[in-house]
Write a protein that binds this ligand. Sequence first.
Ligand code: AHR
Length: 500
Amino acid sequence: MKKTEIVIDKNFIVSKVDRKIYGSFIEHLGRAVYEGIYQPDSPFSDEQGFRKDTLELVKNLQVPIVRYPGGNFISGYHWEDTVGPKEERPARPELAWGVIETNEFGLNEFVDWAKKANTEVMMAVNLGTRGVDDAKNVLEYCNFKEGTYYSDMRIRHGYKEPHNIKTWCLGNEMDGPWQIGHKTAYEYGRLAGETGRVMRLLDPNIELVACGSSHHGMDTFAQWEATVLDEAYDVVDYLSLHTYYGNRHDNTPNFLASNVGMDRFITDVISICDYVKAKKRSKKKINLSFDEWNVWYHSNEADSKIEKWSKAPHQLEDVYNFEDALLIGSMLITMLRHADRVKVACMAQLVNVIAPIMTSDTGAWRQTIYYPYMHASVYGNGTVLNTIVKAPVYETKDYGDAPYVDCVIIMNEEEESITIFAVNKDLQEDMEISCDMRQFADYKVAEHICLSHEDLKAENTESNPDNVVPFVCSDKVKMEEGMLTGVLGKKSWNVIRLHK
Ligand code: AHR
């Protein structure tokens, strides 16, 4: 059996986990909003039309923050269309996705929904077709207490207290030629800088995210980040990263190594942020907001056939399989290993659209990727330890040598617990693991949860929703005199919990 040695020291810490790393994303796209979180005519909905079954599954994920309302959608967004009496709201052609947006569900409904889901709103402003003035207005509507045009408008709409939205995205993927109002790095950097400056004059307590590249492979990558930060460094707190992976050529070992690419993307963006910091002799550090990440490719063909100008079509409805869940586990591990700089991350998206949760007229169910995401959010709290993983490697087409095992260890001193997340990507063999944990000699293995399946392509569907579910692994890992030893099953996601 192959062997992996894991090395930690409780004094060698990466950072405390910022819970916002377990965020998600709801865009006005496909059936994410309509039929996903909102469906007034459904027997599953509450008095506000919010799907209760979806809310339940979202709450179980303990999602700390949800980005809204886009995505590409934000670049044509008129927030004023989405507030006030529903019957007066205009329907509009939505150009990013080629559909009709009825605006029946809008900004205030989302704030209400977020409260019910126990989550925070991460709001975006439109820097595609709009700019400084509009960003100031929507912020005034949301966060200004009273006595001004837009704050009083909010009060008239029934929201006496301000929404106090803290985290704001300055546009979306403005480097992408597909983006409505796409800009050069300089144009966007100037606009983001000026918009951010004005927003901060109105509300100094907000945090701002500037758009980085839409993915690592963009031709303008690195130059884009450096130019944008040159223009906006002083007003922004985070730079965004987006990435989606897919197993398009059915090469699973290569696909499962995609998080090696994610790791390089993160490392590169940190270097660029710190280069601009050094150039500006700044004391301020820019952190990373990985505000779109997931697997996305299953639905591409179906999406090309969607009828134009329909309402809430079945768009981007990837049906995820077991191997996707393994990669999701590895991507979460990669971000956690960078917890000192990745402070916000949003799985894209939350319901129906490339999502862990699906709905239909018969109810809601969890896709395979729901589970590693839930485990990370529920158990991955505390301080990330610098986790050295001495694992055997395999050769891949796109990423060079990739380790068979991804692992991160999180220590929670308050709860006196330790959580180990680990993925064994070996498709044929179990993996022996060991970790010298004598500093935690009085800890015992409390639980070992696994996600595994014989069939890499196994899915959870409406008719078979529990095909891929986590199970308890007994006697696979033990702690004796401070030595943790055991076995990770072949192709498995593992959560090992130790308690004092
Ligand atoms: O999440 C789907 C889309 O992917 C988003 O709208 C866009 O930002 C990205 O390209």
